[in-house]
Design a protein around this ligand. Structure first.
Ligand code: GLN
Length: 510
């Protein structure tokens, strides 16, 4: 068997080795399970590792090669733990769901399972996907493999760290305000939020329904397109899902001839770190070298996007999270004296502080007398943000910005300052408000930590975004292998409660 480097292997190369018979799916899966055994202690990317199932299922893929083939067959994947998986505990990194066994599977997960991927486990996140550092998980704090003392970003920090640490070939995450792109940026991997509606949200535990999208985290743009190909499409179970006007194409472009890239001045005015600004400017220079043309554009309402998001997202979250009441499923407090006591204690004990903060803000913003002043006004701002993009896209093909104003920050440095944490997504949130596709690719290092470069396209321009990102990635030549420097002082482990880690039965599960 060829020796494989889990820190650099792409899904594309792994597939070639499988098809050529150089390795088996079982051997490939073992490479990742071995890496999990070697580094997970430090990284803590997974809430649940389904090692036995992964080993069994990969053997099955080898054995039934004739029936179980296709572009994804035998390729190991990690799944964010807010995507429900039948028979596999799904916690949303919340005490509220610490033992929740879903009775169905999210469509996006079902689609990759049907393609015979091998699921390695469920990854850590900020509780209910609310956060930018994965520190708001009720279970554990994930470390960034580039520097273990820093955060992996969030909320899909577990998925991003798993891919960066070579614990998975690729992963699924969700992005409501930047939760795929920002952790991808901080961990030096590729992350994409598709156009709103391009991927079914059925089975994604809802945070803010008008913003949520599922997206891939991968080690290359090609892999991102490959995974996206299999999760897009109309799903009768999600009324907001649509068929893409043209199917996702695997990118091959090496040049950017004739492409007009808009650089919004407002995005450069958000307190970018010097190193981030330097890598961004260098990447713009590469665009020009590849035949593209960078022009300044203006998105004048950018400064209002973040405040509007922090009204709309909590408002929708407060409604979505009303279902966790201790009656239907999930956590229930012990010995309630009456119904009010049941609701109050279940929700006080089940939710963590950041989730409670969002519920309180959202409930307030939606309350009678305030609805129009807050939610209504935020929605009007949202329309202005959309209009800004429409106007910019009448002049340019794509918009470029840094993904995050900073590189990975030290664990604990923003947890007591919610506004500083919220600022992490200042460059990613507008694309969610406008429902646009956006990708983050690594564009170099600053102080030894990855910097992300974001490309945003008009709605349904996935192929344009992917083609440009692919060409740029080739010119940048980023090395995805992190050094695992630093030493996390505390183990990062929180009370895992009695989370039942029973994996789903082998016959129904990859
Ligand atoms: N960081 C943002 C928040 O906390 C966005 C999170 C996300 O995209 N899920 O709301």
């Amino acid at each position: 068997m060829t020796t494989l480097d889990p820190l650099r292997l792409t899904a594309r190369d792994a597939k070639r080795l499988l098809v050529d018979g150089e390795i088996s799916a079982a051997e490939l899966t073992k490479v990742f399970l071995d890496q999990i055994a070697a580094v997970e202690d430090k990284v803590k990317a997974f809430i649940l590792v389904t090692a036995d199932n992964a080993a069994k299922y990969s053997t099955k893929v080898d054995r039934e090669m004739q029936a179980m083939r296709g572009p994804l067959a035998g390729l190991p994947i990690a799944v964010k733990d807010n995507l429900v998986t039948e028979g596999v505990t799904t916690t949303c990194a919340s005490r509220m769901l610490h033992n929740y066994q879903p009775v169905y599977t999210a469509t996006a997960v079902r689609q990759v399972w049907d393609g015979h991927v091998v699921m390695l486990g469920k990854t850590n996140l900020d509780e209910f996907a609310m956060g930018s550092s994965t520190e708001y998980s009720a279970y554990q704090v994930t470390a960034n493999p580039w520097d273990l003392d820093t955060v992996p970003g969030g909320s899909s920090g577990g998925s991003a760290a798993a891919v960066a640490a070579g614990e998975a070939l690729w992963a699924l995450g969700s992005d409501t305000g930047g939760s795929v792109r920002q952790p991808a940026s901080l961990c030096g991997v590729v992350g994409m939020k598709p156009t709103y509606g391009a991927v079914s949200r059925y089975g994604l535990v809802a945070f803010a329904s008008s913003l949520d999208q599922i997206g891939p985290l991968t080690r290359s743009v090609y892999d991102c397109a490959l995974l996206l190909q299999h999760i897009t499409g109309r799903d009768p179970r999600d009324a907001t899902s649509v068929e893409l006007p043209e199917p996702v194409v695997l990118p091959s472009a090496e040049r950017l001839d004739g492409l007009r890239i808009g650089v919004p001045s407002e995005y450069l005015d958000v307190g970018l770190e010097d190193g981030v600004r330097a890598r961004f400017d260098e990447t713009l220079a590469r665009i020009e070298e590849l035949g593209g043309r960078c022009v300044e554009v203006s998105l004048p309402h950018t400064e209002y996007a973040l405040p509007a998001f922090y009204v709309i997202a909590p408002a929708e979250a407060s409604a979505n999270l009303a279902r966790f009441d201790g009656v239907r499923y999930g956590y229930r407090c012990s010995d309630p004296v009456d119904l009010t006591d049941l609701y109050e204690r279940t929700r006080s004990e089940g939710f963590g502080p950041e989730v409670k903060r969002r519920i309180m803000i959202g409930t307030y913003a939606l309350s009678a007398g305030y609805y129009d002043a807050y939610y209504g006004r935020a929605q009007r701002v949202r329309s202005l943000v959309c209009r800004d993009f429409d106007h910019a896209f009448s002049q340019v093909d794509l918009i470029a910005s840094p993904t995050s104003p900073t590189v990975a920050f030290t664990a604990g440095s923003r947890t007591s300052d919610p506004l500083a944490m919220y600022m992490s997504d200042v460059c990613t949130i507008p694309a969610n408000l406008a429902g646009l596709p956006a990708i983050s690719i690594p564009c170099g290092l600053s102080g030894g930590l990855p910097v992300g470069f974001q490309l945003i396209g008009p709605a349904f321009s996935e192929n344009r975004v992917l083609a440009a990102a692919h060409a740029l990635e080739g010119a940048i030549g980023f090395d995805t292998a992190p050094p695992f420097r630093g030493s996390r002082s505390s183990s990062g482990e929180r009370d895992r409660g009695s989370a039942d880690t029973t994996p789903r039965p082998e016959d129904t599960h990859p």
